[in-house]
Design a protein around this ligand. Structure first.
Ligand SMILES: CCCCCCCCCCCCC/C=C/[C@@H](O)[C@H](COP(=O)(O)O)NC(=O)CCCCC
Ligand SMILES: Nc1ncnc2c1ncn2[C@@H]1O[C@H](COP(=O)(O)OP(=O)(O)O)[C@@H](O)[C@H]1O
Ligand SMILES: [Ca+2]
Length: 529
């Protein structure tokens, strides 16, 4: 590896220990040289033990003058010694940086260095800040939306206590909006927000809240660029603003599947250092009319029914999913219909290859020009094959039809619905669970929670696809009103969906689209970016 030029190097103090601190363009390192006298067989050599520590510059959150420690906490000898040193060397600076702990969790750590003079202290702060200012992918100004009712209704507290102090430490300015109704964030992004003044949007909430913000941003981008969202073939223009997720919802699968953990501090630190991860976005249409976008799970049958039932139990918080999950499992409903799909034959991976998508994944990093080509080819293929011969068609009775555009890993299912699904490869994993016994379905579900292969069942098949369609066997009622909105269940419809004797509810399920219920059953799905 090429040796980098040293930008600054000094002998400083950390508490009472002398350390040699070295900064180059990518790394800040400090090593303590501890001298100790060993006695062995009459000889007393001086041995040196070197303790080195360091941090990559890109993981330094901030540097600034150390706050004076006026507290009298000098109880032990070493604390007394440290206090004496800090009095002798009052000019100190603190570097706040990312410390990686277990299970993908990040924490903020501080290292304070005492200098012999004020000039030296100021020089260190200046030089480190100069290096930080070269990191252009870091956000300086963020628009934050908090859903105060998501998950256990702790969104506001999580943001104020765990996230805001870190943003302040990193000198990020924020405009915070606590939502007052469903779709408040979406509408604000779509029509009002002056997006030019922000480097990103932060979502404090669950998957439903993320979906709102995604819709606001994607719709705004397409409208500004003249893209007609109703065209299933339309190539979506990627959004220039990134969305950060602070998990404060019930499942938080989008956060877990991208960051590897549901932890607000870890998410805040990823946002501060400017990490980003592209994501596949599926467009969902009904008879060529745009319904919604999806980035995680589009699930019909089991997951649609769990969601529909759970909405009536919102007051239970995240536990509603457990109750509705058991109830839906016991109902053991299956649904008839036809699934047609266009396989992604030209991708590098497959849903059963046991490769997990990680940051910098080589499958997702596929050259964009090639990806564009593949996408265009798949559109062409569909157009030329008017008889649909390149599409696979499967008709049957299904307990679940799940399209996982990412793994959908979450605390309930640490590997997710499709452990090898990729975050940004332009495909979704279509999982078909055919009618089977309750015991078999239980075995399949159980495999979402352990290491066994959930696709290794005769009644389960999985395909990596670029597009798919679903047509229910039993026709759904025709209603083109308010297509793109989630259904508001009132009056008869609300009663109907709770009755097992009602035709529509027993014949058809509904789609769970990233935690929102879709009003339509027959859908066309394509990957847009
Ligand atoms: C015998 C034990 C069986 C346990 C099976 C557990 C399988 C869990 C898989 C969960 C997949 C989750 C996919 C993500 C869905 C979310 O988008 C959605 C909304 O999330 P949020 O807005 O944060 O509330 N959550 C769900 O649909 C809940 C599914 C729970 C199913 C039990
Ligand atoms: N202030 C609000 N009042 C009511 N609903 C809201 C509000 N803000 C957002 N929502 C809606 O709440 C739903 C669930 O939000 P989410 O944050 O995903 O929580 P959960 O994970 O518990 O479902 C989303 O559909 C979102 O549109
Ligand atoms: Ca994908």
């Amino acid at each position: 590896m090429e040796k980098q030029a040293i930008l600054l190097s000094s002998k400083l103090f950390q508490k009472h220990r002398q350390v040699e601190v070295v900064l180059n363009r990518s790394f800040l390192a400090w090593k303590e040289i501890e001298k100790s006298r060993k006695r062995s067989s009459g000889i007393s050599p001086i041995s040196e033990r070197v303790h080195s520590r360091g941090v990559q510059v890109c993981e330094i959150l901030a540097v600034g003058k150390a706050e004076e420690d006026n507290q009298d906490n000098t109880k032990t000898r070493s604390q007394k010694k440290a206090k004496q040193h800090s009095q002798r060397y009052p000019h100190a600076f603190t570097v706040s940086y990312v410390r990686r702990t277990r299970l993908h969790q990040w924490r903020c750590a501080d290292a304070t260095f005492h200098c012999a003079s004020q000039e030296l202290c100021e020089q260190w702060i200046k030089v480190i800040n100069e290096q930080l200012s070269l990191l252009t992918n870091r956000p300086k100004s963020l628009l934050v939306y908090i859903n105060p009712y998501g998950g256990k209704q702790r969104g506001k507290r999580i943001y104020e206590q765990k996230v805001a102090p870190l943003f302040r430490r990193a000198c990020i300015s924020t405009d915070v909006i606590v939502t007052e109704r469903a779709n408040h964030a979406r509408d604000h992004l779509k029509m009002e927000a002056n997006l030019d003044q922000y480097d990103g949007v932060v979502c404090v909430g669950g998957d439903g809240m993320f979906s709102e913000i995604l819709h606001g941003l994607v719709t705004r981008t397409q409208t500004d660029r003249g893209v007609d969202q109703n065209q299933p073939d339309a190539k979506l223009v990627p959004c220039s603003l990134r969305i950060g997720i602070i998990p404060a919802g019930s499942t938080d699968c989008i956060c877990f599947a991208t960051v590897g953990t549901n932890d607000p501090v870890t998410s805040a630190l990823h946002i501060i250092v400017g990490d980003s991860q592209p994501m596949d976005v599926c467009s969902v249409h009904h008879h060529d009319i745009f319904l919604r976008y999806s980035v995680s799970l589009l699930g019909y049958g089991f997951y649609g029914d769990v969601l529909t039932d759970s909405e009536r139990k919102r007051w239970l918080g995240p536990a509603r999913y457990d109750l509705s999950g058991v109830k839906t499992f016991l109902s053991h409903n299956y649904y008839e219909g036809t699934v047609s799909f266009l396989p992604a034959e030209d991708t590098m991976g497959n849903p059963r290859d046991k490769l997990q998508c990680r940051s910098g994944c080589h499958v997702c990093q596929h050259k964009p020009s090639l990806k564009d080509k593949q996408w265009e080819m798949s559109v062409e293929k569909e157009k030329t094959d008017k008889d649909g011969s390149s599409w696979n068609v499967i008709r049957g009775k299904f307990i679940a039809i799940n399209a996982a555009s990412m793994s959908c890993a979450c605390p309930r299912s640490p590997k997710g619905l499709s452990p090898s699904a990729h975050l940004a490869d332009g495909t979704t994993d279509l999982i078909l669970v055919r009618q089977c016994s309750r015991l078999d379905f239980f075995r399949h579900l159980l495999r979402h929670t352990n290491k066994d292969d959930q696709f290794d069942h005769s009644f389960v098949e999985v395909h990596r696809v670029r597009r798919f369609r679903f047509h229910p066997q039993h026709q759904e009622p025709v209603s083109l009103e308010g297509l793109s909105e989630s259904p508001k269940k009132t009056g008869f419809q609300a009663i109907c969906s709770q009755q097992t004797g009602c035709n529509y509810s027993t014949a058809n399920s509904s789609w769970n689209c990233d935690g929102e219920i879709l009003p339509q059953v027959a859908i066309q799905v394509s990957l847009g970016f």
